[in-house]
Each structure stands twice: as structure tokens, then as C-alpha cells.
Design a binder for this molecule. Structure first.
Ligand SMILES: NC(=O)c1ccc[n+]([C@@H]2O[C@H](COP(=O)([O-])OP(=O)(O)OC[C@H]3O[C@@H](n4cnc5c(N)ncnc54)[C@H](OP(=O)(O)O)[C@@H]3O)[C@@H](O)[C@H]2O)c1
Length: 270
């Protein structure tokens, strides 16, 4: 293919209006993905229980997928334990893949987590459930893209809450490279409008932190007096971590927003 052919192909892709179903399009990242795709001129259906679509039971799903070319899965399980998360992700993913294929979907995009490859075989964790979801998508025969993201800035408070007992927050001694949900959404939206990657890419923010320092920053900024203690035996949503388990691969796509700027902005606008 000549350079001109490639430029024409990208320009045509940018102009083509598609019907895109964003599963979980009302969640933290899904809302932003849906917004970005709408701004780019696409016909977007945000599919979640709030909009009358249950991805687990299939209620309203066939109607939502009618005429869709692309499915973007940004939904999340309310269960973070392995069994609950596995049941949810396997069921909703199979529902989206089968009803999507029947509706003519030609690209299935799923948002996953950095670390699923390292922690995906480990001991019944949320990561293992996400790894199973990735495998289903990759083995489905439907053209696909997997985007593995690091922790969202918006999720740091939930990390603190999940690790707190009696006002002490005990976190694993691990390194993290969090990303703004808006930046992760940018990666997902761009991928959704491109050709299927048939593989996984990883995205992350620009700065590395010790998990304990990141959680301390979040708590300090919100004047939360909880004490943060890091220790080697600390767990992260059911996984015992090695220090580098949550870091992205060397060729990950890095975004621009810094956590402390985001905290500043949040304080100014709240
Ligand atoms: N949070 C992070 O830091 C992070 C980092 C990397 C990757 N991820 C991945 O990103 C994805 C989204 O995470 P998030 O934090 O944005 O999640 P979230 O804010 O909890 O949003 C979850 C979405 O799923 C929908 N949903 C849940 N159960 C549903 C059901 N039965 N039927 C239809 N919709 C359902 C919710 O809408 P309703 O309640 O209206 O149904 C909501 O729109 C997850 O797969 C997660 O693994 C998250």
C-alpha cells in the first residue's frame, strides 16, 4: 500500500460515521468514551441498566445492538471477588459477542487492566476474571482490540477504601503508573474507530508512584486523616503483588495528565 493509500484510508476512517454501542457507557470511563465518540460524529448507544440494557440477563441488549458496527465494552462487575467477577464478565462478554455477531458487529473492543498477563493465572483474583474475559474475546473469532489500562486517578480513593481497617490503610509495596480516566477513554475511543488490533495494547499515565505514596496524596488532598502503611504482604483486590506487577510494558502508550494537576483541578471545581 502506498503512503497516499494509507493517508486516504485513515482520512476515510475518520469521516465514516458508525453506530457504536458502549457497554457500560454510563460508568466512570464509559461516559467519557461515549462523549468522545459522539463528539467525533458517531451514533453512540450507551448501554447499561440505567439506559434499559442489562448485559448480564440480555434484557434490551438485542435492540441496543441493532445496526451496530462496533461494540466497546467498558462495563464493570459490582463483585470484585473472583467468582462473582468471573461469572459477570464471562456472561456479559458472551452475550455481547454472540448478539453482536448476529447484529453484524465487525469490531469488539474491550477495556482491561494492566497486570492481567502477570496476575491472570494467580490465585482467584479480579485480575484472573479479567484475563478470562480477554481470552473469550481473543478466541471468539470476532475482530477485536484489547486495551489494558493502569488504575484511573478516579479509582485511587476506592483503592484506599478497600484497604482500610480501623482507620489504617494497608497497601501493598508495589509501583503504579495511574492514568486519568479521560486519557484512558481517549485511547479506547481512538481504538474503536480504527482497524481491529487483534492483540492487546497497554496505556498508562506519565508518572510512577509507590502505591502507598499515591494513596497518601489522594487522602491528603481530600483532608482525610487515615494513616497509610505499605507492607510486602499487602494484597491488591485479591492478588499478592510483586513490586512491578502493576506497571505497564515498556512500549505502553503514555498519556499526559499528571495526578497532582488532576487533584488540583478537582479541588478547584468541587
Ligand atoms: N477503575 C479503574 O481504575 C480501571 C482501570 C483499568 C481498567 N478498568 C476497567 O474498566 C472497566 C470500567 O471500569 P469503571 O471504573 O469505569 O466502572 P464503573 O464506573 O463501575 O462503571 C461500570 C459500568 O457498567 C455498567 N454495568 C454494571 N453492571 C451492568 C449490567 N448488568 N448490565 C449493564 N450495565 C452494567 C454500569 O451501569 P449501570 O449501573 O447503569 O448498569 C456502569 O455504566 C472495567 O472493566 C475495569 O476492569 C478500570
Amino acid at each position: 500500500m502506498t503512503v497516499k493509500d494509507r493517508v486516504d484510508k485513515v482520512a476515510k476512517g475518520a469521516r465514516e460515521k458508525m453506530r457504536i454501542v458502549v457497554a457500560g457507557g454510563t460508568g466512570v470511563v464509559g461516559t467519557k468514551v461515549a462523549e468522545k465518540l459522539r463528539l467525533a460524529g458517531h451514533d453512540v448507544v450507551a448501554a447499561s441498566r440505567r439506559t434499559g440494557v442489562n448485559l448480564y440477563t440480555r434484557d434490551g441488549l438485542q435492540e441496543a445492538l441493532e445496526g451496530a458496527q462496533v461494540v466497546v465494552d467498558c462495563c464493570n462487575s459490582v463483585y470484585t471477588d473472583y467468582a462473582g467477577a468471573l461469572d459477570f464478565f464471562e456472561t456479559e462478554t458472551l452475550n455481547l459477542l454472540t448478539l453482536g455477531a448476529a447484529a453484524g458487529v465487525r469490531h469488539h473492543v474491550v477495556l482491561s487492566l494492566v497486570g492481567t498477563d502477570k496476575l491472570g493465572q494467580a490465585n482467584g483474583s479480579y485480575f484472573e476474571a479479567k484475563a478470562a474475559q480477554e481470552r473469550l474475546v481473543a478466541e471468539s473469532g470476532v475482530p477485536y482490540s484489547i486495551i489494558r489500562s493502569t488504575q484511573f486517578f478516579e479509582f485511587v480513593r476506592a483503592i484506599a477504601d478497600s484497604a482500610t481497617e480501623a482507620q489504617v490503610t494497608r497497601v501493598a509495596e508495589a509501583l503504579v503508573q495511574p492514568i486519568a480516566a479521560a486519557d484512558a477513554a481517549d485511547a479506547v475511543a481512538r481504538t474503536a474507530t480504527g482497524d481491529p488490533l487483534m492483540s492487546a495494547i497497554e496505556v498508562a499515565g506519565p508518572d510512577q508512584f509507590r502505591l502507598g505514596d499515591l494513596v497518601s496524596l489522594e487522602l491528603r488532598w481530600s483532608r482525610d486523616p487515615r494513616e497509610v502503611v505499605a507492607h510486602a504482604e499487602g494484597e491488591y483486590f485479591g492478588s499478592r503483588l510483586q513490586p512491578h506487577d502493576l506497571l505497564p510494558v515498556a512500549d505502553a502508550r503514555l498519556y499526559w495528565s499528571h495526578f497532582t494537576d488532576w487533584l488540583d483541578q478537582r479541588e478547584r471545581t468541587s
